[in-house]
Design a protein around this ligand. Structure first.
Ligand SMILES: NC(=O)c1ccc[n+]([C@@H]2O[C@H](COP(=O)([O-])OP(=O)(O)OC[C@H]3O[C@@H](n4cnc5c(N)ncnc54)[C@H](OP(=O)(O)O)[C@@H]3O)[C@@H](O)[C@H]2O)c1
Length: 199
């Protein structure tokens, strides 16, 4: 299995990368801005170094994205955890996702290849409004204001993939706040809806 990842120096991406390497997957890490940071992050982990390939670049640069996809003849999955901090949201997520999806369409010939992207809980349904229509967490009053710009970005990505990339098998993972600590407790996973008691 060969997986192409983006955003692997980030909080979530680095856990995914380490798990993939630990389980013996070949991983190409695409559009890395700081190679040294990635390598020092991995320095404390035991893994077969021959499993890892690095393509440097920026996810907002079409050529860099295409170089990442073209670096191997076939991938089995693509995982993107590209993102920005909630207090400085621009267009990295939606613009980056557009370039990633275009490159996926152009380069990925394996019809079973899956595209997994990280978004966030604001675009999950939390309840129904008075007309019985589903209401997004993004449009509810309980969502903290700090999360609204990221929520708008996630929604742009969701609308874009639904309308423009129907031929690609994709999944948007929408976690709530992710803490940088070892897993504990019980985790609830749901499809399309926010687990009970948001916020
Ligand atoms: N953490 C949470 O609590 C949480 C909750 C819900 C959803 N999410 C979503 O999950 C995703 C990952 O979150 P995270 O917390 O892991 O984010 P993060 O720690 O900020 O990591 C973001 C990653 O994206 C990369 N990146 C940003 N701009 C880039 C660019 N122009 N070119 C190449 N790489 C770029 C960063 O690379 P550099 O190292 O080079 O900066 C980093 O690897 C995001 O979409 C986020 O919105 C996170």
């Amino acid at each position: 299995m060969h997986v192409l990842t983006f955003g692997s120096t980030g909080l979530i991406g680095r856990y995914i990368l380490v798990e993939l390497l630990k389980h013996g997957y070949h991983v190409t890490v695409g559009c890395i801005r700081n190679r040294e940071r990635l390598l020092s992050m991995l320095a404390t982990h035991n893994y077969d170094h021959s499993l890892l390939s690095i393509v440097e670049g920026n996810v907002l640069d079409k050529e860099d994205v295409e170089r990442s996809f073209a670096s191997c003849s076939s991938f089995d999955a693509v995982i993107s955890t590209i993102g920005e901090k909630p207090d400085c949201i621009g267009k990295v997520q939606s613009h980056g996702a557009r370039l990633l999806f275009d490159a996926f369409k152009k380069f990925v010939k394996n019809v079973d290849c899956y595209f997994v992207l990280f978004a966030g809980s604001p675009i999950l349904d939390v309840c129904e409004d008075a007309n019985g229509l589903s209401k997004l967490f993004l449009h509810s009053k309980v969502l903290p204001d700090l999360w609204r710009p990221s929520g708008d970005e996630y929604l742009r990505v969701f609308d874009m993939v639904c309308s423009d990339y129907k031929e690609i098998t994709w999944c948007l993972v929408c976690p709530p706040m992710v803490a940088d600590k070892a897993a504990d407790g019980v985790y609830e996973v749901a499809r399309n809806v926010h687990p009970p008691s948001p916020g």
